[in-house]
Design a protein around this ligand. Sequence first.
Ligand code: ACM
Length: 544
Amino acid sequence: MARKSFYVLMFLMLGTCLLAQGRRAPVRLNIIPEPVSVKVNDGKFPITRSTLIYAEDESSMLTAQYLSEYMGKHYGYPLSVIKKKCPSSDVIILKNENNDKTKGGYRLTSTASKVEIVGNDASGVFYGVQTFIQMLPTRAGVLPNVQCAVIDDYPRFEYRGMHLDVVRHFFPIEYVKRFIDYLAYHKFNYFHWHLTDDQGWRIEMKSHPRLTQVGAYRDGEILGLYPGKYTELPYGGYYTQEEAREVVEYAAARHITVIPEIDIPGHCMAVLATYPQFSTTPDEEKYCARTWGIYNKHNNVLSPTPEVFAFLDDVFGELCDIFPSQYIHVGGDECAKKWWKESPVAQQFIKDNGLKDENELQSYFIRHVQKTLVKKGKTLVGWNEILEGGLAPDAVVMSWQGTRGGITAARAGHRVIMTPSSHSYYNNMQSRHQVEVTHKGYVPLDKVYNYEIIPAELTEKEAQMIIGAQACMWTEYFPSVRKLENALFPRVSALSENVWSPREKKNWNRFLAALVYHHDRYDMWGIRYSPYFFQMYDVVREDH
Ligand code: ACM
């Protein structure tokens, strides 16, 4: 923190020097993600206990209440919300114009007497409020006021997502909500909830209660880097459907859609621990995984039997009923097909159904689930391996093994979400000097920031299939909130500019300068960000 104070001092001294020369340092708003257009005017809008929030319509009412609560929590006084008769001054006006312009767009106009936030839709009003929040001071004791300005803004991509694996390590519902708050502050609109894997099944299924009675618990895990040191501490947890619905509602009030993932046909040890008969090797001992990795040693794939397909119909059907999201994620990654190769049942199924090989069997599973989803009016999303063996139209592909899968899928006319592990897996190292155990890839802040989501090899038409990007947080090495948030921030803030700000607006040095202020916001929000940023900042200072 001493180092941070030093930089703030440097900024202040620079400002003083400029003033002494008769020039005023330009006022920067330091909003992350950087808006499309910012025009700073003279003056400030002071917020006092008597300032009102006026919600012009029903959809703005929720956001007005959100802002009121935020002011109460962080500045000590919730502002009163009104919906009749807008005062002429000392007011923050929220208005949903419901127009045809880009979803999520807004105009924020602050003058000395009032602030007006006009959204293209309800989410635009909410994002305008997020910008407003970032214009507020972050120091204790500084009275809340905002700079006079006119800000026009809208998102670059329609899909702006963050993923959280709650299987390898479990995070309770209260934390999941906080995670969603952090996404909202950065104008993300999708939360991808990775709910099942080899190490556990974390969502209650009324049709199959044993999934959480048995499959939500493991007998231990490893400590330290794989293969690590085995510890027998029992571990587990799951969300009830009621809790999941609570999260959906909480997220919706923040204009975030929750996409649930049930990972099939591989990564299924927790299913097989519960129902060994669903395995191609039912007689072998089954248990939830106690370590990490792809399971060539332990069978973790589903067998293609009528019972298994009926099971999938049940669980995906229930999932669709819990989660209103248009998108439902079916996983599809890293299926260890050797288990099908060695299985007489799987081989007979391949033959009987005229399939070419195990890739087409994987495709058969995905298409089967897709039928259930389509009946429920949903759209299937899967990791890029769902391309193997042919993919039904309409499926959305998440490209994680580099960008190749995304390029292939876009050219084949599929919508694509870019999430290449090289730039988007925050479970990797962010500093060469870090002491924490994480996965061994190297994904520092500048790499995240400078990642361009649209692959250069796509034509303009193909590029339209790239609907956005997301980062993933796999939690094998993240058993605590402290460690998790260290990995997330400030990388999530960098990603927010990639998915929101216009390409031509991105500027690494401007982003870093804004980040110095944003760290005060992290402190205020309670985010336990990584200290490695300051080392980054040293490098930048030396360079410029
Ligand atoms: C993945 O990282 N296996 C999607």
